[in-house]
Design a protein around this ligand. Structure first.
Ligand code: SAT
Ligand code: MN
Length: 605
């Protein structure tokens, strides 16, 4: 196949990789429907993909991974900066020269018996000046079809590369060469000790080996759009964040744009697609995972979603929790590691109804009955807890008309949060942007969701929900947040911290889901200067009369609990934060220490 480009840099790189990996053939991808269908047909014919019931789930497919290849592998993920200190304490580091040597040996001949696909893609609307052009080389057709949904795969990107002579090279192999006549496995991959998810931030280069799973293999997502992009953003004065983006519109038509960061399992995708319960207010989704943000000419911060689809966790996605996510994957979707039912539809735990006919084929590709128990009497799950749907963003019924606006949307509000069963109130607002940075930097969750006796809670800190995704030193990254605040000045977004997860004897105190819109509404009223707030040692909190309770049945006692700040208990959280932040040593921004001291002083006053 002749190459559809004359760009020498790109041709040289592809030739170099072909020489190293020795695939049987090279295919340049164009992102067309024809290409998508052809690869799906190919994977159905080899048994890798299952075509789902055309009536129930049109144009959709299910895959089962190897049972060892079901999630990101943080222990095998590396930031190979030239200097170790530039990777910082939150990343694994290997000297880039050494790592390239190790990986070159692994890559040598690794595509034997396979096709090498060259995928031109853009993260962000093609041609947007916040977007980036990139090329992923992969030997996995599963990666190609998922990239079709998650990124903008197009020959248009090749034209831009011709023009700008610039692209981010991303190399991926499943790491499973085939000998002459050897039959392929359903999901080829390499054993854990041979997996490497490597980033070379000074070169804007990604090398991934041995895994076919989403975050390890769809290199536009966490590898490019967060790890490499955060390092670029730090150097260039913009932001690449693990944040959802939504538009919240008032009954008068006033639009507010909110970007929010939460650690995993805090309902980020749910919030991105929330069904507002505040009368007259509506939410539209711009993105559910990643935000790229740049100051605009008017001095405000503009955000785009660099992705084109949702790679969402399936279990727990139900009509009651996230009807819009369900609707997004009603057709043209890819499912990985879910149950395939007898009539070839999909099912997962907490989907809101029992598995039709009582069972099907589980994520390990075995016959499975709902309610089956293992030798220890534990229920056997049909879907893997990290099973995923890949859905097109434009299939989301509440996708924002501006979700592909190349200029982005102006962010009014930053939200941080975590999962705490006590101590942390429903919502508090930072006194200023610098305190907001402190809130983001000390975002934390309880490791397990249970227990009311919180004697010895050890918190898991996850600054800005970015711990596994910061492509450089996390201390420098926090400083970058302060620098952005300075640059934006009084146009910086207002910062809030939320906790939907307080519990009492009878369960969650706050109803969550759609009712979280009530909290967003209060934030918008604060931005508008419509309401004032109660000043507490930790920040500004809503006055009861300013909060929208219309249609909500919440007892006074529950409200009290949601809004209580127990200074002594909160000080323990501050203590934990101090311990955690100590590991950043002299890279910890002085402004973080300053915020810590001020907060302690207010709590002790
Ligand atoms: O596993 S992915 O990185 O693809 C998605 C996630 O972790 O949120
Ligand atoms: Mn994520």
């Amino acid at each position: 196949m002749s190459a559809p480009t004359t760009n020498q840099k790109l041709l040289d790189w592809v030739a170099e990789i072909e020489k190293m990996c020795t695939p049987d053939q090279v295919v340049w991808c164009d992102g067309s429907t024809e290409e998508y269908d052809r690869l799906m047909d190919l994977m159905v014919s080899t048994g890798m993909a299952i075509k789902l019931n055309e009536e129930k789930r049109p144009n959709s497919y299910a895959f089962n991974s190897d049972p060892s290849d079901v999630a990101r592998v943080e222990g095998r993920t590396y930031i190979a900066s030239v200097k170790e200190e530039d990777a910082g304490p939150t990343n694994n580091w290997i000297d880039p020269v050494e790592l390239k040597k190790t990986m070159t040996e692994l890559y040598s001949g690794c595509m034997k018996g396979r096709t090498m696909y060259v995928i031109p893609f853009s993260m962000g609307p093609i041609g947007s000046d916040i977007a980036k052009n990139a090329i992923e080389i992969t030997d996995s057709p599963y990666v190609v079809v998922n990239m079709h949904i998650m990124a903008r795969v197009s020959t248009e990107v090749l034209r831009l590369i011709e023009k700008n002579d610039d692209f981010i090279p991303c190399l991926h192999s499943v790491g499973s060469p085939l000998e002459e006549g050897q039959e392929d496995s359903r999901w080829p991959c390499a054993p854990i000790e041979k997996k490497y998810i490597a980033h070379f931030p000074e070169e804007n280069l990604i090398w991934s080996y041995g895994s076919g799973y989403g975050g390890n293999a769809l290199l536009g997502k966490k590898c490019l759009a967060l790890r490499i992009a955060s390092a670029m953003a730090g150097r260039e004065g913009w932001m690449a964040e693990h944040m959802l983006i939504l538009r919240f519109t008032s009954p008068e038509g006033k639009q507010y744009h909110i970007a929010a960061a939460f650690p995993s399992a805090c309902g980020k995708t749910n919030l991105a697609m929330l069904q507002s319960t505040v009368p007259g207010w509506k939410v539209e989704t711009i993105g559910d995972d990643i935000a790229w943000m740049k100051p605009g000419e008017d001095g405000r911060l503009y955000a785009i979603n660099p992705e084109a689809g949702f790679f969402g966790v399936a279990p727990g996605t139900a009509e009651y929790s996230n009807p819009m996510a369900l609707a997004s994957c009603a057709s043209d979707a890819i499912f990985t590691n879910v149950v395939v039912t007898e009539d070839k539809d999909v099912w997962w735990e907490d989907m809101g109804y029992d598995c039709p006919n009582g069972g099907g084929t589980d994520w390990k590709n075995n016959p499975w009955k709902q309610g089956d128990v293992d030798a220890d009497g534990n229920k056997i799950k049909g879907a893997h807890p990290n099973s995923r749907f890949t859905a097109r963003a434009d299939h989301c019924p509440v996708i924002c008309p501006d979700w592909e606006n190349p200029a982005g949307v102006p962010i009014d509000i930053f939200v941080f949060g975590g999962k705490r069963t006590s101590v942390m109130p429903l919502v508090h607002e930072a006194f200023d942007f610098e305190q907001g940075v402190y809130m983001g930097a000390t975002a934390s969750s309880e490791p397990t969701a249970a227990a009311l006796d919180l004697g010895n809670v050890s918190l898991r800190f996850d600054p800005f929900a970015m711990t596994p995704f910061i492509g450089y030193h996390a201390g420098d990254y926090m400083q970058h947040w302060f620098d952005m605040g300075e640059k934006l000045g009084d146009k910086a977004p207002k910062c809030f911290y939320v906790n939907w997860f307080q519990k009492d004897e009878s369960g969650f105190v706050w109803p969550g889901f759609g009712d979280n819109s009530r909290v967003l509404k209060w934030m918008c009223d604060r931005v508008e200067g419509k309401v004032d707030a109660v000043e507490t040692p930790i920040g500004l909190m809503p006055k009861k009369e300013d909060f929208c309770f219309e249609g909500l049945d919440l007892s006074d006692e529950a409200w009290e609990k949601l809004m209580t700040v127990d200074n002594a208990e909160f000080l323990k959280t501050v203590e934990n934060a101090k311990e955690y932040l100590a590991k950043f040593g002299d890279k910890l921004p002085a402004k973080i220490s300053e915020q810590l001291e001020k907060l302690e002083a207010r709590l002790n006053a």
